[in-house]
Design a binder for this molecule. Structure first.
Ligand SMILES: NC(=O)c1ccc[n+]([C@@H]2O[C@H](COP(=O)([O-])OP(=O)(O)OC[C@H]3O[C@@H](n4cnc5c(N)ncnc54)[C@H](O)[C@@H]3O)[C@@H](O)[C@H]2O)c1
Length: 466
């Protein structure tokens, strides 16, 4: 246990009654103190030390940590039963959210809750939004940054789940399992070996060798497939996988082509009539990336003509917002597997998403670290200064400000009155984020730092963690 002593001076006015806790900073300090008490931390009233503010009591305690999160109010939505969600929606769900947002510091959502600019304006205490899902389009990210609210998601936690789905589809297409299954369900026995193959020694062409493509590469090779891949980046191949010079080369050489690219202007309709014609006769196409990557009409034509041996689609150019009747236009085609965007939908992926997003939110609340944030510059500072502080009052200053000339100078003029142990700053568009570990001498210093930075006209959000 870290036995170091630290001293925290609390002017009497902060400690007596709530009116004096009106502004944001005072509220934080009060919260921290209550938390220390709740956690059983030994708060002792000791004699005022030289240098503490007049009229202050100095509280001595041991093992001060960077920040206490017990009192942070967290609102998690979308994690409730369908019937309850339906009831809440009918009762005006967004209004409910709006009401609750006024007091929470951290908000956890999934993909359905829209966090608009208006809603963000109604959340004065909000520090972070965790999207417990892959996408973040449901959040007004710039508006969040303009208020100093960091948004986190988990884009890669389901890579393995997608790769496994694709492996299952390669075998299903190779053995026409979808068709045999449908025939049996329709009371038809149709035993045939025609057009059915093993996948061993077949060539799998992977387009996009990122998180999912690379996982798939390893799994496919372990099942005896030969892997080719095409990526616009130079990526180190895993195992025996071989990069191709061009997409055309990959299409011409592969028995199975699996797409794992993001949606960009280059990848929209990346696979159209021309590309499908380049594929080997009888080759199979798998798309579990983005619906816009494949021209569905061209694919339908290639399948109906018998030139292609089959396809598996998990994503579509248009997808419905909720479960219910839906048509892709490809129903009834032979050896075509259609799934409703379930590539990443496994219990393991959901758990991994939960761990990643929650971890990032906690690190942001405790330390100000923004690694993994989609709307902040990604910054990190190791928390080691506080282990052996050179002053009794080390603190970390966190500030978001407008990215205009001269602000950093103003901030550093304030911080420069103390010893700055570490500092990092980065800009993103109209805003910049600074993290600085500062050795203040007493609580009054901390007050001075906070108030001075908080009131800079360019300051957007300011926090101090201990
Ligand atoms: N079906 C699902 O449920 C599901 C789940 C997760 C992800 N996805 C989708 O899968 C896709 C891949 O995800 P990821 O996590 O592997 O992404 P990633 O960013 O790790 O990898 C994408 C790769 O594609 C490459 N790329 C980009 N443009 C390219 C181009 N024009 N030609 C060739 N390569 C190109 C990139 O260089 C990168 O290596 C994304 O579109 C994602 O939205 C789908």
């Amino acid at each position: 246990m870290d036995e170091r002593d630290a001293y925290l001076a609390w002017p009497l006015s902060y400690m007596e009654g709530t009116p004096a806790l009106a502004n944001h900073y005072r509220e934080w300090k009060w919260t921290i103190m209550l938390n220390l008490v709740n956690r059983g931390v030994d708060l002792k009233m000791v004699e005022s030390r030289p240098g503490s503010a007049n009229g202050s009591r100095v509280i001595k305690y041991r093992r001060l940590r960077p920040f206490k999160t017990d009192e942070i109010k967290v609102l998690l939505v979308e994690n409730i039963s369908t019937i309850a969600e339906k009831m809440l929606r009918e009762a005006g769900y967004q209004e409910e959210l709006r009401e609750k947002l006024r007091t929470v510091h951290a908000l956890g959502i999934r993909s359905k809750t829209q966090i608009t600019e208006d809603l963000i304006k109604e959340a004065p205490c909000l520090l972070t939004i965790g999207c417990f899902c892959i996408g973040v389009n449901q959040v007004a990210q710039e508006a969040a940054l303009s208020r100093g609210i960091a948004v986190f998601n988990s884009p890669f936690s389901n890579s393995r789940s997608v790769a496994e789905l694709v492996i299952s589809e390669i075998i299903t297409l190779a053995r026409q399992l979808g068709d045999r299954n449908r025939e049996m369900h329709n009371g038809q026995w149709k035993k045939t070996a025609g057009g059915c193959q093993e996948i061993r020694r077949k060539i799998l062409g992977i387009v996009g060798y990122g998180h999912i493509g690379a996982q798939l590469s390893v799994l496919a090779e372990s099942m005896g497939m030969q892997v080719l891949f095409y990526d616009i980046q130079q990526i180190m191949p895993l195992g025996m996988a071989t990069p191709t010079e061009s997409l055309d080369e990959l299409l011409e050489r592969s028995d199975f082509v699996s797409l794992h690219v993001p949606e960009t202007s280059e990848t929209i309709n990346m696979i159209g009539a021309r590309e499908l014609k380049l594929m080997k006769p009888g080759a199979k196409l798998i798309n579990a990336s983005r619906g816009s990557v494949v021209d569905l009409l061209a694919l339908k034509e290639a399948l109906e003509s018998g030139r292609m041996g089959g396809a598996a689609l998990d994503v579509y150019p248009e997808e419905p917002a909720a479960n219910g009747p839906w048509s892709t236009g490809l129903e009834g085609l032979d050896n075509v597997i259609l799934t409703p965007h379930i590539g990443g939908s496994t219990e393991e992926a959901q758990a991994a998403i939960g761990v990643e997003v929650a971890t990032n939110m906690i690190r942001f609340l405790d330390q100000g670290t923004t690694l993994g944030s989609v709307n902040f510059p990604e910054l990190d500072l190791r928390v080691n200064t506080f282990e052996q502080p050179s002053t009794p009052y080390p603190c970390r200053v966190l500030n978001v400000h407008q990215n205009v000339p001269g602000v950093l100078l103003k901030i550093n003029q304030i911080l420069g009155q103390f010893n700055i142990e570490k500092q990092v700053c980065e800009s993103r568009g109209q805003y910049s984020y600074i993290m600085a570990d500062v050795c203040a001498g007493c609580e009054t210093d901390l007050d001075h730092i906070f108030e001075s930075i908080f009131h800079l006209p360019e300051a957007v959000a300011t926090r101090i963690v201990y």
